[in-house]
Design a binder for this molecule. Structure first.
Ligand code: GMT
Length: 378
């Protein structure tokens, strides 16, 4: 039987801290490990992309600042770089993560190339590209056009697929391929991390990790934590993928100064994930919530608002606890019940870990992207 040919795949994503870039980077790494040649094309090197890994390449997009432009343009130089990399490396597929402006640039890049040399375009929707920008009259029609012109479109949850059909009236199939997580091995032991954080043995570590954007509702999260009793039973550790300074005043006014520990721009998230007892998320919008999955992987159950695609990630009462959106009191009740009952916490954590490994591992998800690439390549 003939060997299956490895593919040449271009990946474009945002390089900064955010779920879509993290997922795209992990996917690129996994594809390269499986023998494919992967070319990242973006304005910056994705922050989790390893240097010197075999078959992983990075092509920066250079943006010039022309005096005539009031707003610098990224879409055109990106499309030119995509076309150049596709031509020079004979790419089979351009896989763009987050539609704006990546899908539009990919469609343009494809049309710049001669027939027979054009890569297939796969667009993965991650959330706000549909739910926020898709509603914007200045973006919606361009996003819809790029989705209709893509060779395949995927969404990271069934909820996001349905929202895309509803909001953008995209009359085409959208494949649901959930996010996955491939953890790195922690560098330090659980005990070392807890010691660094100054946690007593009888103190539970509640963990929140996100980029702190407004949808993460850090204000609600802090309000809820301030009401959790008994206070001495926990500390909240926030791994902030953004500037925490705007929330410092709320921490102070809620009297949480001795309960909240913030670490900014941590790369070794696994060190902290393995040390956590409970995840806490208060988002008002979330198509999947990769951070929830990261907690689940380490047997850490979460209390979260039930929003968007989150019920596809956690089954409430089985692998975590869900609370209505915006309901601080319900979050407090969830956290208190799990602080009081370590056995329940362990049972939810074990179920969460099983679910993460069965449904959302690289082994379960990456072959689905490979099959999709092969499908569009004919
Ligand atoms: O909200 C973020 O964290 C950023 C955003 C992104 O595109 O980087 O996240 C979206 O994509 C993630 C990966 O697929 C999902 O886990 C997040 O739920 C999603 N955010 C929203 O839908 C608000």
């Amino acid at each position: 039987m003939a060997a299956v040919r490895a593919l040449k795949i271009g990946i474009t994503c945002y390089p900064s801290v955010g779920g879509s870039g993290i997922l795209a980077t992990a996917l690129g790494e996994e594809l390269a490990q499986r023998g494919h040649e992967v070319h990242f094309i973006s304005y910056g090197r994705p922050f989790r992309l390893p240097v010197d890994a075999p078959r992983l390449h990075f092509h920066p997009v250079v943006i010039n600042d022309y005096e005539l432009f009031k707003y610098p343009d990224y879409t055109l130089p990106l499309s030119v770089k995509m076309a150049e990399v596709a031509r020079d490396h004979a790419l089979d597929v351009l896989h763009v993560h987050y539609a704006v402006p990546h899908a539009t640039a990919a469609i343009l890049a494809r049309s710049m190339l001669p027939e027979g040399k054009r890569p297939r375009v796969v667009t993965t929707l991650h959330g706000t590209d549909t739910t926020l920008l898709g509603r914007d009259a200045g973006y919606g029609p361009a996003i819809r056009h790029a989705l209709m012109q893509s060779d395949a479109v995927t969404a990271v949850s069934a909820w996001l697929r349905d929202e895309t059909h509803r909001l953008l009236a995209v009359d085409r199939p959208i494949d649901v391929i959930h996010n996955f997580y491939a953890p790195k091995t922690p560098r330090r032991s659980r005990e070392d991390v807890r010691r660094e954080l100054g946690l007593r043995d009888d103190e539970a570590m509640i963990l929140h990790l996100s980029n702190l954007r407004p949808v993460k509702r850090i204000d609600l999260l802090l309000d809820a934590v301030a009401r959790v009793q008994p206070r001495a039973a926990f500390k909240l550790v926030i791994l902030a993928g953004g500037d925490f300074a705007p929330f410092a005043e709320q921490v102070r006014s809620l009297g949480l100064g001795d309960r909240v520990i913030v670490r900014e721009n941590v790369l070794e998230i696994e060190d902290y994930l393995q040390a956590a007892d409970l995840g806490l998320f208060a988002s008002s919008a979330e198509s999947f919530c990769l951070s929830l999955l990261e907690c689940m992987w380490f047997g850490c159950p979460s209390v979260s608002t039930s929003v968007g695609g989150i019920p596809e990630v956690i089954e409430s009462g089985v692998s975590g606890l869900l609370a209505p959106t915006g309901d601080a009191e319900a979050l407090v009740r969830g956290v208190e019940s799990l602080l009081r009952d370590p056995e329940k916490r362990a049972a939810l954590g074990q179920a969460a870990q099983r679910r993460a490994r069965e449904l959302f591992s690289a082994e379960a998800i990456v072959p689905r992207y490979e099959a999709l690439y092969r499908r569009v390549c004919g």
